[in-house]
Design a binder for this molecule. Structure first.
Ligand code: ATP
Ligand code: FE2
Length: 332
């Protein structure tokens, strides 16, 4: 019987259900995003959203894939990192389904899933990964059975910086796409803090400075342009250093901010300069969704990983480098 995995994603704002077969075909990928009317995400309200929309999202995923619940033979869920209430709601749905269908359960690290879905799409074997989203900004490379974080933000994530700036100037959440559109209309650059410290970076100073420019009446498109050029330039610098040091020959861009075309172009330039191949995860698989959880579940299950229901508590602070990558054959 072919392996068919249902993956559930629910670490933060989105609840997603994706169905992926053992050969890596994405049969369906459905998600519903909670968008708070004002302000940031409230964990309890987001988790209520997940329990409200969960059954419909899962039903739609099954329908679009054209399979019955009985054909599912593996359940994977996002076990962490993320917001506690959201993780617990998603885990409860996953455990219930695994028990009801009598199939194994696999707990997936959300950040690792962003990498694995990129490796599936690109067929990369050993990339340097730039993982950029609302909650994370990390440069990651595999070494000694772990995905090691070579560099990361010391304060807020690049997506969070974009969303916070957008909120301050009246944009809807998430603001990344609107900032990208506005930036395309400008070419005047205003100086913003460029904050790279070794392999780490920092975005909170840039957020304050961009807000100040706005309060001084600088045209919004020019601020958006300047924010993108500075923020993405910082990422390019540490990605370049990571490639130069690790001598890896593949550069992968993943996470919600990977949807940005300007960031993609800048990192493509870095890869070209170092004779490395480049891949940006395709926009539907770049953000939070269930297919990446399902595929990582397949990979882990094949390597013999499974989770007893009684051990399946969630891990809100689970770091990328805390999981043994038992399924990788290359020795980085
Ligand atoms: P994680 O839990 O991995 O941190 P997340 O909860 O932030 O993920 P994602 O869907 O991976 O969710 O990423 C959402 C982020 O991507 C938001 O900050 C959003 O503004 C940003 N984003 C989406 N599209 C674009 C774009 N075109 N340009 C820049 N940023 C974008
Ligand atoms: Fe994510």
């Amino acid at each position: 019987m072919p392996l068919i995995c249902l993956g559930l994603e629910g670490t933060a704002h989105s609840f997603g259900a994706g169905i992926v077969s053992g050969d890596g075909t994405v049969l369906s990928n459905v998600w519903d995003m909670y968008s708070p009317p004002t302000g940031g995400i409230h964990p309890r309200e987001a988790s209520r959203h997940h329990s409200d929309v969960g059954p419909t999202v899962i039903r739609n995923a099954l329908e679009r894939a054209g399979i019955s619940p009985q054909e599912i033979n593996l359940i994977a869920f996002s076990r962490g990192p993320g917001l506690g209430p959201c993780l617990r709601t998603t885990a409860t749905i996953a455990r219930t389904l695994a028990l009801r269908l009598s199939v194994p359960l696999v707990g997936v690290n959300h950040c690792i899933a962003h990498i694995e879905i990129g490796c599936l799409e690109s067929a990369f074997e050993d990339p340097v990964t730039v993982y950029v989203s609302g909650g994370n900004t990390q440069i990651i490379a595999y070494a000694g059975k772990r995905y090691r974080t070579f560099g990361e933000t010391l304060d807020i994530a690049v997506g969070n910086m974009l969303d916070s700036f957008g909120r301050a100037v009246g944009m809807r959440f998430p603001a990344g796409p609107e900032i990208e559109l506005k930036a395309e209309k400008a070419s005047s650059y205003h100086q913003l803090p460029y904050s790279v410290k070794g392999m780490d970076l920092s975005y909170s100073g840039m957020l304050t400075a961009a807000r100040k420019l706005h309060s001084e009446g600088t045209p919004l498109s020019e601020i958006c342009f300047s924010v993108q050029e500075t923020a993405f330039g910082m990422l390019a610098e540490i990605a370049e250093r990571a490639i130069a040091h690790t001598k890896k020959r593949e550069l992968l861009l993943t996470g919600g901010v990977a949807r940005n075309d300007r960031l993609t172009d800048i990192l493509k330039g870095v890869a070209n300069r170092h004779d490395a191949r480049f891949h940006r995860v395709s926009p539907p698989l770049a953000g939070d969704q269930g297919a990446m959880i399902a595929w990582t579940g397949v990979v882990q299950h094949r390597a013999g990983d499974s989770l007893k229901i009684s051990d399946s508590h969630v891990l809100p602070k689970w770091r990328t480098d805390e999981q043994d990558i038992v399924w990788r054959e290359v020795d980085g």
